[in-house]
Design a protein around this ligand. Structure first.
Ligand code: NAD
Length: 788
């Protein structure tokens, strides 16, 4: 027998990890867990119970009590009470607690890994070598951020009480992703585990006691989706961080609308795995093993859509089929198992049903094993002969099922990869780094891996675009999700104007200002106009009253102007400087206008004008300076964090300081490469339209800035419902903000919403700077390993 043959026929015997310690720990706690609230473990006699089973053999591991409403109230109240003291403890004090948690987890690595594998069904090799080490790394890394908080985030403060809800696929890792950054920045927490996998969260609660986490800083509740829903919409919560399905993410967006909560949603995906003909095909096959067959494919960013250049498709498919027959499907506690059990029978049935129903639309299925009825073991699967519109190519399966399609050219590859409502991650496989670096920025996803897949680290942000959600976890960008600016001072509401009766001599000032769409001044579609008034109640001007069609035209113009987003920062800076130069030429005209319109003194008008000019200069300056980072992740490679434009950004402007606030919105947006549809202040709508002549002479490409006036609430709602709008900034009243949050839930637009009068626009700390730039961009992390 040759060496190769004996290697191929090698028969592995079982190498089981011992579960003795884990079973002892479960026994010690009577195999029943309640809630961890205010530093105490609470159990209730008549609680509703959920059973937590080992999905690979059906063994009952423990029963879990479902938190009731008064326990949720108590957990939120405990977090609220603990928050001020936790914040006051300071960065160093918090760093010590996070460090203690990291050390304790490290001490209990083996026990934690076994508990995770028992509860979830994932191979021990993965929980031991990936889940738990990454969770530990998260606590270490964020202990560091806590230490540096006062230096690095001096203008920010914690948000308050964070509700955190996670799914079952990486129970402890998701806990670490959520809890570590929130704690580090001085927030307190009510965390809800997934009903299928609550055990390691309860283990972690015991470590909190040992690590000296002050009572109330971390509260852990258990239960199903109803508990999650009540927690997310609880009025005592300031921030919701959710990881889970897109459907539930959408419902949380809706149920929290109008509550003024900050939201991070890490949702589903259908990530592309793009293989070019010049890729190292063997490496790509191993990449697939780490991508779609890692964690049984129960991975939000699994490379579940294989896109392969047509010339090499047969060769690649043959290699994949050969390789998956070598994957070992079996006992999760066996150290040589590659794929363990799906998390539950329900999940097994869901995956199987999706595959069977999907195949009715065509496609060929290759499976390495026959499915086994017990143990929820789903075989590694490859589906070929389908096209991009096939349901299996569009929907997230969340199992070890790879679908494969071909492309001919690089352009087609990008189009195919982006043909998804999701945008979580993608990988690019090519030995030509020029090609890979050209493709990576064109992919609509939050994370791109070059010649690798499923790489994670606490120092690198993770999160999606489109219906994969918004916000980032990890990296410096992830910390801002748990912070808010320190310095906001609310301003007084504008006094209502008493409209004067017009006399016949006033008629000469009747002038209707047009919209600005696609670089042209255009009349409103409906032909209607509305009057705007000066502070003294006399008529200022008539402005168009926009409708759905005007919004459609403006969004379409902004969509077409997409080359602005790939324009370089230097060019954008020159154009913004030119805009400032042209505005400066009209100084006296603007000072008179602001005085007359807003009823302010000449000095006040001059101050607003000068601040507007200065703001343009600031963002011209930032255009080529807000430029990302290279992360120091522990691997041989570089991870580049690139801020990218959001795309088409709708901006609902505030009412006050009409010139300054308009410029404070559009300048950072276009500086970062967005195209804008602006709905100006309703009272001072004419101000934005009077800017048009300056915009027209400043080389701003058509469609980069579009202005439609009218009823702010109605237009905001139409923009929120428009599929080609990627993000919305909104300053308005409660009703409009709630409506924007509700309507935009359909496709999960990124929002930055505010109450009217939330800040002093004249103060550069509040009216300009990094907070605006961060909200005008989304960070894409591109992982590039090096070396042969
Ligand atoms: P799920 O959305 O059904 O449940 C996730 C969590 O939300 C659970 O704790 C559940 O109890 C809770 N929940 C359910 N209904 C709720 C409601 N109405 N309000 C509040 N909470 C509610 O998701 P799942 O099936 O458990 O997990 C799989 C999904 O999670 C997949 O779509 C996967 O892509 C996604 N996921 C995303 C990421 C990411 O980082 N983007 C990571 C892991 C998993």
């Amino acid at each position: 027998m040759t060496l190769l043959k004996s290697f191929e026929e090698l028969d592995y015997s079982q190498a089981l990890e011992s579960s003795t310690e884990a079973q002892k720990w479960l026994e010690k706690h009577g195999r029943r867990f309640g809630q961890f609230i205010n530093g105490k473990f609470e159990k209730r006699k008549n609680a509703e119970l959920i059973a937590s089973h080992n999905p690979s053999n059906g063994e009952l591991l423990a029963t879990i009590e479902v938190a009731n409403a008064s326990q949720l109230d108590a957990a939120v109240a405990a977090a609220r009470k603990a928050q001020r003291k936790w914040q006051a403890l300071g960065g160093h004090g918090r760093a010590k607690v996070l460090y203690a948690l990291a050390r304790l987890l490290q001490k209990h690595t083996r026990l934690t890994a076994v508990l995770e594998t028992l509860d979830n069904g994932k191979p021990i090799r993965e929980s031991r070598d990936i889940d738990i080490p990454l969770a530990i790394r998260h606590f270490y890394h964020h202990a560091g951020w806590a230490q540096l908080q006062e230096q690095e985030f001096s203008n920010y403060k914690p948000i308050g009480v964070a509700a955190q809800i996670v799914p079952w696929n990486f129970p402890l890792l998701m806990l670490a992703w959520k809890i570590a950054p929130a704690m580090a920045m001085g927030n307190t927490i009510v965390f809800k585990s997934a009903e299928q996998t609550p055990i390691t969260a309860m283990f972690f609660a015991h470590l909190c006691e040992q690590a000296g986490v002050p009572s109330g800083v971390i509260n852990i509740v258990n239960g199903d989706g109803n508990v999650g829903a009540s927690l997310a919409s609880h009025e005592g919560v300031d921030k919701v961080a959710f990881t889970g399905s897109t459907a539930v993410g959408r419902s949380i967006r809706q149920s929290t609308a109008g509550q003024g909560k900050k939201l991070t949603l890490e949702l589903g995906g259908k990530s592309a795995f793009v293989v070019f003909e010049d890729a190292d095909l063997d490496a790509a096959v191993e990449g697939l093993v780490d991508s779609i067959w890692f964690n049984q494919g129960e991975v939000c960013c699994a490379g579940s859509r294989l896109l392969v250049q047509a010339k090499v498709v047969d060769k690649l498919h043959a290699k994949i089929k050969k390789r998956i027959q070598k994957l070992r499907l079996g006992l999760p506690l066996d150290k040589s198992t590659d794929l363990g059990s799906l998390v539950s029978q329900t999940q097994y049935q869901r995956v199987d049903q999706m595959v069977q129903q999907g195949l009715q639309h065509g496609g060929e299925l290759f499976q390495a094993y026959d499915g086994q009825s017990d143990g929820n073991y789903y075989p590694p699967s490859l589906i070929t002969e389908i096209d991009a519109s096939h349901p299996l190519a569009q929907e997230e399966i969340f199992g070890p099922v790879l679908v494969s399609m071909t492309f001919r050219t690089q352009t087609e590859a990008v189009a195919l990869a982006n043909n998804s409502r999701y945008g979580l991650a993608a990988s690019v496989w090519s030995e030509n780094i020029n090609r890979a670096m050209d493709v990576a920025p064109k992919l609509k996803a939050g994370v791109i891996w070059i010649n690798c897949h499923n790489q994670f680290d606490a120092s690198c942000g993770f999160g999606g675009v489109r219906e994969s959600g918004f916000g980032r976890e990890g990296g410096k960008e992830g910390l801002f999700e748990y912070l808010k600016p320190k310095s906001l001072t609310s301003t007084k509401k504008l006094k209502p104007v008493t409209i004067k009766q017009q006399t016949s001599s006033d008629e000469t000032i009747d002038r209707t200002l047009k919209f600005y769409i696609g670089g042209k001044q255009v009349r409103p579609d409906g032909g209607h106009s509305i009057a705007t008034y000066k502070a003294d109640g006399s008529l200022a001007s008539l402005v168009g009253s926009g409708n759905r069609k005007d919004i459609r035209n403006a969004v379409s113009a902004a969509t077409k102007a997409n080359s602005w987003s790939t324009q370089n920062g230097h060019v954008r800076a020159q154009i913004i400087y030119f805009l400032a130069e042209n505005l400066a030429l009209r100084e006296s005209e603007w000072i008179n206008r602001l005085q007359d319109l807003c009823g302010i003194t000449k000095k006040e008008a001059k101050t607003e004008f000068n601040a507007s000019l200065s703001r343009l200069f600031s963002y011209a300056a930032w255009s080529d300076k807000y430029d990302g980072a290279v992360h120091n992740a522990p691997y041989r490679g570089v991870t580049m964090a690139l801020p990218e434009a959001i795309g088409v950004l709708a901006q609902i402007a505030p009412e006050e300081k009409p010139l300054l606030s308009t410029i404070s919105l559009i300048a950072p947006a276009i500086a970062m490469g967005n195209r804008v549809v602006l709905i100006p202040s309703q009272r001072y709508a004419g101000v934005a339209l009077e800017l048009v002549q300056t915009l027209e002479t400043s080389d701003i490409p058509p469609g980069v800035i579009n202005i439609v006036t009218g009823n702010k609430g109605e237009l905001a709602d139409q923009l929120a419902g428009h599929a080609e709008v990627d993000g919305i900034w909104c300053w308005s009243d409660d009703v409009t903000v709630a409506k924007v949050e509700t309507t935009s839930a359909a496709d999960l637009k990124r929002l930055w919403v505010h109450q009217e009068g939330d800040r002093d626009w004249l103060d550069p700390q509040q009216g300009e700077g990094l907070e605006f730039l961060r909200n005008a961009t989304e960070v894409k992390n591109i992982w590039t390993p090096y070396g042969d």
